[in-house]
Design a protein around this ligand. Structure first.
Ligand code: UD1
Ligand code: MG
Length: 456
């Protein structure tokens, strides 16, 4: 059995009031269309067709890495017209699955179930019970509950408008039958559009059964038409992810104030996450990790027993076991902390490795550096790694002690167990085991008298 998915994504999305095509707006930092694509891409033996139109080139360019057959619908003449554009690419024996590019939270299990309801004599339709069905096409059934047709809101009589079972727009059916019915579509209706929904009545006329599947929640099939719906679905999505994490044993201080915009590729046990934490990209969290409030972690690996205190920004970094970071620390890309490293407040680390047990506890910038183990870097230490044109490396060997308020002018090496006196500007390599300092000698002037105010 081969599946041919058709993702409808040509609609204008006027109500977004945006320069950006609607399907490129994002939920959890991923475009609406990509959510739908990734869902359908999980179906085996599936070829994916995307019908694009409004702002189409931009849609195609921004998602060019997707393996799909892009089909242009030059004029948006309705959902039926949109599917007609792909008809040539559909094989008669395919099962065709129609999805909407602006419905991002549809579940794989729902789609899988829907597909099982299709056979040579049946089509499968996904419907939803609605408290307020306004705007939806309504499912018209006979007294035995058999589906007869779908009537669009704008074409519905007052009685039909009372129907609370809505059409989600998502359906599955056999290619051969679909192709036949697409040829018969007309646009003699209130909107002058070619409605895909008209195939339901044609199917019934041709003796097909319409099997329906109902989703549990409206949110699963809700399309995004405006920014309110976009933010609503963002919260629904985040809530689902928070629930999943809690089910896996993570303590979230408040699931409503927690966001994942990416994937957790490894999750340990007994993790605690405080409020307003955002995890982006690919994240790995070890056992007993604690993350303080207001922290952003992106594309990073956090090992077991790490504590990240409040207000940190960590990006493309590795934090080794038992390390402590923050509060107010920034780990920039290519930072690698070994085990039991302490990075304290107002410290920025970039493209540097720091070996086991070393400490940078206060107000420092460590960039392009290799720091050994058991090194202590005093408050206000700056690696001067940039001459305005080129970047240079600083090497600090094991056991070194850097006094406070020191500038290390790279390229420079601080030897093993060396001590640097506070307030130094180090421009030359400093030998092992010795004290190196570069500040001027302290003097006291015994005869010093404070100036006194002159009388006028
Ligand atoms: C459609 C259904 C309606 C259903 C509702 C669910 C029809 C005629 N009506 O109505 O029964 O309850 O969805 O939300 O199918 N699109 C194109 N090209 C077009 C028109 C639309 O690609 O020419 C795409 C849109 O981008 C969107 C989807 O098709 O992803 C649905 O289009 P929309 O205009 O929202 O249809 P509705 O009128 O809401
Ligand atoms: Mg719609």
């Amino acid at each position: 059995m081969k599946i041919s998915t058709v993702i409808l994504a040509a609609g204008k999305g006027t109500r977004m009031r945006s320069e950006l095509p609607k399907v490129l707006h994002k939920i959890a930092n991923k475009s609406l269309l990509q959510h739908v694509y990734e869902l359908s891409n999980q179906l085996p033996n599936n070829s994916i067709n995307i019908v694009y139109g409004h702002g189409g080139e931009l849609v195609k360019e921004s998602l060019s890495e997707l393996k799909a057959n892009w089909v242009e619908q030059k004029q948006q003449l309705g959902t039926g017209h949109a599917v007609q554009q792909v008809a040539d690419q559909i094989d008669a024996e395919d099962i065709v699955l129609i999805l909407y590019g602006d419905v991002p939270l549809l579940k794989l299990t729902t789609v899988q179930k829907l597909i099982t309801l299709v056979d040579t004599q049946s089509i499968a339709l996904l419907t939803v019970q609605l408290e307020n069905p306004t705007g939806y096409g309504r499912i018209v059934r006979d007294t035995d509950g058999k589906v007869l047709r779908i009537i669009e809101e704008k074409d519905a009589s007052l009685t039909e408008k009372q129907i609370t079972e809505g059409n989600t727009g998502i359906l599955a059916l056999q290619g051969a039958a679909l192709k036949g019915w697409l040829n018969q579509l007309g646009n003699n209706n209130a909107q002058g559009e070619y409605y895909l929904t008209d195939v339901i009545e044609m199917a019934v006329t041709d003796g097909y059964t319409v099997n329906t599947l109902q989703v549990d929640t409206e949110d699963e099939v809700l399309g995004v038409n405006n920014r309110q719906q976009l933010s609503h679905l963002e919260r629904v999505y985040q809530k689902e992810q928070a629930e999943t994490l809690m089910a896996q044993g993570v303590t979230l201080m408040d699931p409503d104030r927690f966001d994942i915009r990416g994937e957790i590729i490894h999750l340990g046990i007994d993790i605690t996450i405080d409020v307003n934490v955002v995890l982006e990209g690919n994240i790995s969290l070890g056992n007993n990790v604690k993350i303080g409030s207001n922290t952003l972690i992106k594309d990073s690996v956090i090992a077991d027993d790490v504590e990240i205190l409040a207000n940190c920004v960590i990006e493309n970094a590795i934090v080794g076991q038992g390390s402590r970071v923050g509060p107010y620390a920034r780990l920039r890309p290519e930072t690698v902390l070994a085990d039991h490293v302490h990075i304290g407040n107002f410290v920025e680390i970039k493209k540097s490795t720091i070996a086991t047990g070393s400490k940078v506890n206060h107000l420092s910038y460590i960039g392009d550096s290799t720091v050994g183990s058991q090194v202590n870097i005093g408050a206000g230490t700056i690696t001067c790694n940039y001459d305005g044109v080129n970047k240079f490396r600083t090497v600090i060997e094991d056991g070194a002690f850097i006094g406070s308020d020191t500038q290390l002018v790279a390229p420079v090496t601080i030897g093993k167990n060396a001590t640097i006196g506070a307030g130094s500007t180090i421009t030359k390599d400093s030998p092992e085991n010795q004290l190196t300092l570069s500040r001027t000698k302290q003097v006291s002037v015994a005869s010093w008298q404070r100036p006194v105010k002159r009388e006028n």
